[in-house]
Design a protein around this ligand. Structure first.
Ligand code: NAI
Length: 249
């Protein structure tokens, strides 16, 4: 059955691949990102493949912007019943060098963003008696050098996911998390740059520690999100799926 889906941070990377995958699955997709024009490519690819998509500009950490975005989704695509909280940022630094601003920015986008979006969308899911929420966690939730802020946020999202599963299950709504390992996107490209490495060398370094001996692609993650959003996954809730080319949990 077609649904209206929202993917945050859908302009590029994992969010873009997820938006395209959910559209291919038959859903109308609202692609939300900080800059509406940055969403144009994702929306264009979905439309040229025969799908339905719109671009919406919103900062997921801004309450008023989130409310305006959801109003637009309702009026242009219909009530949203699928939500993928994918928007994310990095502000990596070792603890002794991490600033208050580095900490707050990461908490704000990942945790406050997922909270505001989920609170707004659950109202429509509860009314429909059906819904799917998927949160993007990370293998960094298990601890990662230089990422005290990000690891905390990604672990926090796992607790958030399990709580949503418990609260919303009776309304036909499931909540799950996908925790990617190393995925080739602009985010990891920027990490390589920060470390003074070429992206190819950074990929090779990560592949060395990956049992399936390759780097992950945004499509690998989109496939897992698609499963959690499917009818078939209706009895799967509160789970964290590590999609990391090996057992990282
Ligand atoms: P990316 O940096 O390529 O894309 C993130 C998108 O989120 C960008 O388009 C950005 O503009 C948007 N965004 C950032 N802040 C926002 C805000 N406040 N409101 C709305 N949109 C905002 O990142 P990538 O690699 O595609 O990652 C997507 C998600 O997957 C993130 O949550 C990330 O933490 C997570 N992840 C990524 C991994 C990787 O190896 N690339 C590994 C594990 C998790």
């Amino acid at each position: 059955m077609p649904h209206t889906a929202i993917v945050t941070g859908g302009a590029r990377g994992i969010g873009a691949a997820t938006a395209e995958r959910l559209a291919r699955d038959g859903n109308a997709v609202a692609v939300i990102d900080l800059d509406e024009s940055a969403c144009a490519e994702t929306v264009g690819r979905i439309r040229s493949a025969g799908g339905t998509a719109i671009a919406i500009e919103a900062d997921v950490a801004d309450t008023a912007a989130v409310e305006r975005a959801i109003d637009r989704v309702v009026s242009e695509l219909g009530a949203p019943t699928i939500l993928v909280n994918n928007a994310g940022i990095l502000r990596d630094n070792l603890l002794f060098k991490m600033t208050d601003a580095d900490w707050d920015a990461v908490m704000s986008v990942h945790l406050r963003g997922a909270f505001l979006m989920s609170r707004a969308v659950q109202a429509h899911q509860v009314t429909a008696g059906w819904g799917r929420i998927v949160n993007l966690s990370s293998t960094s939730a298990l601890g990662n050098r230089g990422q005290a802020n990000y690891a905390t946020a990604k672990a926090g999202l796992q607790g958030f996911t399990k709580t949503l599963a418990i609260e919303l299950g009776r309304y036909g709504v499931t909540a799950n998390a996908v925790a990617p390992g190393f995925i080739m996107t602009d985010m990891t490209r920027a990490t390589a740059e920060r470390m003074g490495m070429s992206f190819d060398d950074f990929i090779a370094l990560n592949v060395q520690h990956t049992p399936v001996a390759r780097a992950g692609t945004p499509e690998d993650i989109a496939a897992a999100v698609s499963y959690f959003c499917s009818e078939d996954a209706g009895f799967v809730s509160g789970q964290v799926l590590y999609v990391a080319g090996g057992p990282r949990a």
